[in-house]
Design a protein around this ligand. Structure first.
Ligand code: SF4
Length: 302
């Protein structure tokens, strides 16, 4: 049986306005754009070696790319017959993204509640597509009720809170995973006010099955390389890049084996929420970035 992987394609890292706060936009100042001929040639080999369970197109500000680029990208991904999700900040409305993506995740920054973004979200919702909003925990620490009201007005299907990722280019002091967990719990108290699904809650309750153990997210970067998410000694997220699939395979195995050893005694492996990265230094007997502490509370409540 082939090993599984979740593929995240990053066509670019760049952003063009201060509104954007996309998870991967602070990884590099590179102006590169992923070459689609390289992708076509290498994806078939990746698919031959691995069982690709999902494909997500993320990055910097993907809405900066042209409809022609997306038409070509979706055409070459279609043959793999997987659900394709995208992550955009929606500063621009791309026809091809809306027509071709199965799930549209919109990163929503409440600190810059732009009319154009709200207009584009409403237009996308009107097409009947699945629109999920994602927001980063550091922007959600106050005015909880107002934020829920804003989301209710947008008539979205679901909302997910994602943890801030410190990188070399973006380093907010004093951030720790407790902030994420507190934010999640605070919004849980307002569940009854939400006219949309609160995805973090559904994951914690096990209604949405999220088993991220061991982490199997593989990146394709704007530099035409494969990559795996890592944390450096300063606790900054980065993507370690590889030229070949053999190198990728070797390192994926190595890092997964390390995680399997470190998490050996964990009772929550089947529900592990450690998403895109894994920080061995953050694992203690009570807590970790798989959010063992939250899972513990949830299991106790049952
Ligand atoms: S220790 Fe944490 S990261 Fe490891 S499997 Fe358990 S929940 Fe996941």
């Amino acid at each position: 049986m082939k090993d599984t992987l979740k593929l995240v394609i990053l066509p670019l890292y760049r952003i063009e306005n201060e509104y954007s706060f996309l998870p991967y936009s602070f990884l590099s100042n590179s102006k590169n754009t992923l070459n689609l001929e390289w992708l076509e040639a290498n994806l078939s080999e990746l698919d031959y070696k691995f069982d690709i369970t999902s494909i997500s197109i993320e990055g910097g500000e993907i809405s900066l790319l042209s409809d022609i680029y997306f038409d070509l990208l979706f055409n070459l991904l279609k043959i793999y017959n997987k659900k394709i999700s995208v992550l955009t900040d929606f500063v621009k409305f791309n026809r091809s993204l809306i027509n071709n993506a199965d799930i549209i995740n919109v990163i929503y920054n409440f600190n810059h509640n732009l009319d154009i973004v709200n207009k584009n979200i409403k237009a996308a919702v009107a097409t009947g597509k699945i629109i999920n909003i994602q927001s980063i925990d550091i922007f959600l620490q106050d005015n909880f009720y107002e934020k829920i009201t804003t989301l209710n007005r947008l008539k979205i299907k679901s909302w997910k809170i994602i943890p801030y990722q410190k990188t070399k280019l973006n380093n907010i002091e004093n951030y720790n995973l407790k902030i994420y967990e507190e934010v999640l719990i605070n919004y849980r108290k307002l569940k009854d006010q939400m006219q949309f699904s609160y995805l973090n809650d559904l994951e914690l309750e096990g209604i949405i099955k999220t088993n991220n153990f061991p982490i199997n997210v593989v990146y394709i970067t704007p530099n035409n390389k494969f990559g795996l998410g890592k944390i450096d000694k300063n606790n900054c997220f980065y993507i370690e890049e590889y030229e070949t699939i053999n190198e990728l395979e070797k390192n994926l195995k190595k890092y997964q084996n390390e995680q399997i050893l470190i998490c050996d005694k964990c009772k929550y492996k089947q529900d592990c929420l450690a998403e895109r990265y894994f920080n061995p230094d953050l694992i203690t007997s009570t807590d970790c970035n798989g959010h063992k502490q939250l899972l513990k509370i949830e299991k106790k409540g049952k």
